[in-house]
Design a protein around this ligand. Structure first.
Ligand SMILES: [Zn+2]
Length: 299
């Protein structure tokens, strides 16, 4: 019934259920805050009309700071929801003690032939880790969120498609839509058979992939980028039809982010040609990767 409801109808029961789910997540040690049906923080910033804009992360003591509002204190959670009567769900802050939650967001994109579940399994084989049984949330669009926990002192950054196409990571400063939340696209729910689990520790090899590499040592010269670039070229060469463009674009983005995009452009183009893309298509994808990853220039 909720799956088909319009945005206009937000009944009391939905709000009450959202609060109940949020309280139960908090009981398990997960810091929560209210979300609207668009998955955005339900409370408006108390600084929304201040000029110039304020960079406040809640130090002012007022609610309305998004993920910075998240708390495990039941009285504070009730107060947040009381101030946000239109909340239909709740967010869970990632990266915070005690669990230091890491969300692996596996998108299902059938139109682009992206199979992020297969991509994660491929990474697991390649880097010799197993994906542990853990709490899994099914999203209304057919995707899934795997909940993992991180060790203390190792902040995991948020990233989009850095691990592989279609895999986003929610870490420090990010949040996950909690199970039981209702959005305009439908309800988030726990995957059958995972509700009784506790979030499993993130495998070490996966954690290494999720944390930024240490700054390269000056004496290491150009050896490391060349090796890394070779992996990207292989990744493009192994693409099936339907993944060719996304893989090429993804690989080119990584190469430009690491500062050797221009050096690798020809090798990436050759690899793309071997999968059946035309040179024009390949060059266009690489050029747009270069544009997207270029450091923002201030006018
Ligand atoms: Zn503030």
């Amino acid at each position: 019934m909720y799956e088909t409801m319009g945005m206009a109808i937000i009944d009391r029961q939905t709000a009450t259920l959202a609060l109940a789910h949020a309280l139960s997540a908090a009981e398990r040690g997960l810091p929560v805050f209210p979300l609207s049906a668009t998955k955005l923080p339900a409370l408006r910033s108390p600084h929304h009309d201040e000029d110039p804009p304020v960079q406040c992360r809640g130090a002012c003591g007022l609610p309305g700071h998004g993920v910075h509002d998240a708390t495990t204190d039941p009285a504070a959670i009730r107060a947040l929801f009381a101030a946000a009567p239109r909340a239909t769900g709740y967010g869970i802050a990632c990266g915070r003690a005690p669990h230091r939650l890491i969300g692996i967001d596996l998108d299902i994109d059938t139109t682009h032939g992206n199979d992020s579940v297969a991509a994660l399994q491929h990474l697991a084989l390649q880097h010799l880790f197993t994906i542990p049984a853990t709490v899994t949330v099914l999203t209304p669009s057919g995707g899934r969120h795997l909940w993992l926990t991180g060790p203390s002192g190792v902040p995991v950054p948020n990233s989009a498609s850095r691990l592989a196409p279609g895999i986003d990571v929610r870490g420090a400063g990010g949040y996950l839509v909690g199970p039981g939340s209702v959005t305009t696209h439908g309800r988030y729910r726990l995957a059958p058979g995972t509700a009784h689990l506790t979030p499993a520790p993130c495998p070490r090899a996966l954690l290494r992939l999720l944390t930024p590499p240490p700054r390269p040592h000056r004496s290491s010269g150009r050896a490391a980028p060349a090796r890394q670039g070779e992996g990207l070229v292989q990744f493009v060469r192994a693409a099936h039809e339907g993944q060719r463009n996304t893989r090429l674009f993804w690989a080119a983005c990584r190469a430009y982010e690491h500062g050797f995009g221009d050096d690798l452009a020809d090798a990436l183009t050759d690899a793309a040609l071997s999968t059946g893309l035309t040179e024009q298509e390949a060059r266009a994808a690489i050029a747009s990767a270069a544009r997207l990853t270029a450091p923002r220039r201030t006018p």
